[in-house]
Design a protein around this ligand. Structure first.
Ligand code: HDD
Length: 704
């Protein structure tokens, strides 16, 4: 049995990596040719009639090169346009044969190759990574029975209950139609207009106002299949199931001020983090979890599981962790893999089935449909990244971009000319769950979908004080950007007042509206502790990035001790200085970043080593103190040894208006003067493993 600590096994000899190898091209020593294979001796000048004469139409190389260039772009995804992908493997811990016939969930010896694409929803392809938004978390399992796509998000609910409203929702959240603004943001009139008029969005909006919408890394996000699916066993018995991804690195986020600044300093922040982590061997790991519930039992739990705006609290049905996914390989080519990958909710394997969730039904239609436009026709399943490892045989034919040469003379079923081939599956084929369906055709919503606020309030009630503060600030920020007062008024009075009176009052006061509604906070004060990110905080420093601020004269022995401790824990410590290179002598560490090319917001923690001359230079330079101040504001761990402690204390005193409280009372601050330096690295690493010290915000006076 695999365990979560075991190194990932490599995928089978005929895994996706080998499959893609057929299509990888390498140009080691190759000659330049046209697409027709004609060798080209020269590609800097077009064919002309005389050196100063006109370019000739005859120049087939020029025409081909230009035509191909003109058509390089394909339409970006209508939503989730901005994304980053990685390959990996999924390994099952133990057989689920008592629940499903899906082979990859029954046989723990199988290593299933996967491709994952993470995304934001609102922004265009080139938009920033760290915007406040839902993150897509789509996984393609290349199973031996065909592709299973789990097309989820990092939040377990959705804004609407019926897919027919998806175009309306997306139009409302996307940049406004007249001026195409704002990019990568929901803080604008049309989004809040829609959400105020569609209160079923209340629960999901609560999630998007939480820190889940600004993750620190894709490695630190949970994932959710969102819908209720079915697992169907060999006797044909179906049970409801919700899929979860649980990140082994823990769940944590950025600070909002930091996220906005990163969007300018490094708009590829999450993409770079994914890429560099995998390249450095710090693979992203997630456990697949399932909540399984008998359909009859589900009827008695108080929420309709066909309603995608509701969750089953983990305290009601615990999440069983059934296997581990390890993302361990960067794509070779962004366009061929990450851009051309096509996920589809309809891609399921035997043993996994659909439910009557009206959002799911809509999605079963939409994905294939949109991909026909985006990927130029119906043959996109043949693209290397999309094609299954399971053999494909059918009588579908022709269309744009057909890559197969079908040799059969009979392109229909049944046939006798081809001996009856391809044959219908005798056993193990996909059989839809034979659910009994009856009803009168109607355009109505089930009354069981009507309660929009109880779970939104449950989410709010389950947050820590710091999380509540961040959520309140997020509503304030977003609604402050709404130009029409009536929209702000409606949201506060008709939505927030139904969730929590204090929240509504605080937001009302900040956005210039009056709370006129009777506060109708749901009577039952439900909580679900698993909803707080505090319940799944990181426990290690793996993948964390620590800025070491140093200048010539630094005590490099102190740096070496800290770097060793960081490296042992899988974190990265880099020296940030007044310039790049070996500033500290041939034996000293190398400055790989300078204050010119980096910024405090791009690091998880700051360390200032001692050395009187180094500290003097850093203070005189004027960059180090603001660097530390900003890290302090963003609740990050800060460490210093020797004279470095003077700089850090000065920065904090400046931030707190000269009134620095006793050091011991500042969470996440690790200072070691002479004599205590030996114990410093371990204490600092411990602080980094806690990620952030949000409680510190009570020390910081509000910005004027
Ligand atoms: Fe969707 C893309 C997730 C509702 C229609 N969706 C898309 C992607 C993710 C999700 C992760 C990006 C996949 C990739 O990386 O290529 N979508 C969700 C979740 C939903 C959801 C978790 C709520 C349960 N989506 C939803 C509805 C509809 C769509 C209700 C339409 C009825 N989604 C699409 C789409 C996209 C898409 C238009 C755009 C690009 C694509 O499919 O390939 O078909």
């Amino acid at each position: 049995m695999s365990t979560k600590d075991a190194a990932p096994r490599t995928a089978s000899p005929h895994g996706k990596n080998d499959d893609l190898e057929r299509d990888r091209t390498r140009c080691d020593g190759a000659t330049l040719t046209t697409d027709q294979g004609i060798a080209i001796p020269h590609t800097d000048d077009s064919l002309k009639a005389g050196v100063r004469g006109p370019t000739l139409l005859e120049d087939f190389h020029f025409r081909e090169k230009m035509t191909r260039f003109d058509h390089e772009r394909i339409p970006e995804r209508v939503v989730h346009a901005r994304g980053s992908g990685a390959h990996g493997v999924f390994e099952l811990y133990e057989s689920l044969a008592d629940l499903t016939t899906a082979e990859f969930l029954c046989d723990p010896s199988i290593v299933t190759p996967v491709f994952v694409r993470f995304s934001t929803v609102q922004g265009s392809r080139g938009s920033a990574d760290t915007v406040r938004d839902v993150r897509g978390f789509a996984t393609k399992f290349y199973t031996r029975q065909g592709n299973f796509d789990l097309v989820g998000n990092n939040m377990p609910v959705f804004f609407i209950q019926d897919g027919i409203k998806f175009p309306d929702f997306v139009h409302a959240v996307k940049p406004e139609p007249h001026h195409e603004m704002p990019q990568g943001a929901s803080a604008h009139d049309s989004f809040w207009d829609f959400c105020g008029l569609v209160p079923e969005s209340a629960h999901m909006v609560m999630w998007t106002m939480s820190d889940r919408a600004i993750p620190r890394s894709f490695a630190n996000m949970e994932g959710f299949g969102v819908h209720t699916f079915r697992l169907i066993d060999s006797k044909g018995v179906s049970r409801f199931v919700k899929f979860h991804w649980k990140p082994l690195a823990g769940v944590c986020s950025l600070a909002w001020d930091e996220a906005q600044k990163i969007a300018g300093k490094d708009s590829d922040f999450h993409r770079r983090d994914l890429w560099e982590s995998i390249a450095a061997g710090h693979f992203f790991e997630y456990e697949l979890g399932i909540q399984v519930i008998d359909e009859k039992v589900a009827e008695g739990i108080g929420v309709d599981l066909l309603d995608v705006t509701k969750i089953i609290p983990e305290e009601v049905v615990p999440v069983r962790r059934i296997g581990k996914m390890t993302l361990n390989r960067n794509p070779d080519n962004f366009f061929a893999e990450t851009e051309q990958v096509a996920f589809c909710v309809a891609n399921v394997v035997p043993g996994i089935g659909f439910t009557d969730d009206p959002m799911m039904t809509a999605r079963l239609f939409s994905y294939l449909d949109t991909q026909i436009t985006r990927l130029g026709g119906p043959n996109h399943a043949q693209l290397p990244i999309n094609r299954p490892l399971a053999p494909v045989h059918n009588t579908q034919q022709d269309g744009f971009g057909q890559h197969r040469i079908a040799t059969a003379r009979a392109n229909y079923v049944p046939n006798s000319i081809g001996g009856g081939c391809p044959f219908a599956a005798k056993a193990g084929g996909y059989v839809h769950f034979p659910e009994v369906v009856s009803g009168t055709k109607t355009r109505e919503r089930s009354p069981s979908f009507a309660d929009h606020f109880t779970q939104a309030a449950m989410f709010w009630n389950s947050m820590s004080e710091a999380e509540k503060q961040h959520i309140t600030d997020a509503y304030r920020f977003e609604l402050s950007k709404v130009l029409r007062k009536a929209i702000r008024e409606r949201y506060v009075n008709e939505v927030l007042a139904n969730i929590d009176g204090d929240l509504a009052a605080q937001v009302a006061a900040a956005v210039g509206v009056t709370l006129v509604a009777n506060v109708k906070t749901p009577a039952a004060k439900l909580t679900s502790p698993a909803l707080s990110m505090d319940s799944s905080k990181p426990r290690s420093i793996r993948g964390r990035r620590v800025a070491i601020l140093a200048a010539p004269g630094v005590d490099d022995g102190q740096i070496a001790a800290v770097v060793t401790e960081l490296t042992n824990g899988g974190a990265i410590g880099e020296v940030v200085s007044i310039g790049l290179g070996r500033l500290f002598g041939p034996q000293g560490p190398e400055a790989t970043r300078s204050f010119l090319d980096t910024s405090s917001v791009l690091w998880d923690a700051v360390y200032v080593p001692g050395g009187a001359q180094s500290i003097q230079t850093l203070r005189a330079g004027g960059e180090a103190v603001p660097f530390v101040k900003e890290a302090f504001r963003h609740a990050k761990p800060i460490g210093a040894t020797g004279e470095g402690a003077d700089l850090v204390e000065a920065a904090i005193a400046e931030d707190l208006g000269g009134a620095a409280p006793p050091r011991a009372s500042i969470p996440g601050l690790v200072l070691a003067r002479a004599g205590l330096i030996a114990a410093f690295p371990a204490a600092f690493v411990q602080a980094i493993s806690e990620h952030r010290f949000w409680g510190r915000s009570s020390l910081v006076p509000p910005r004027s």
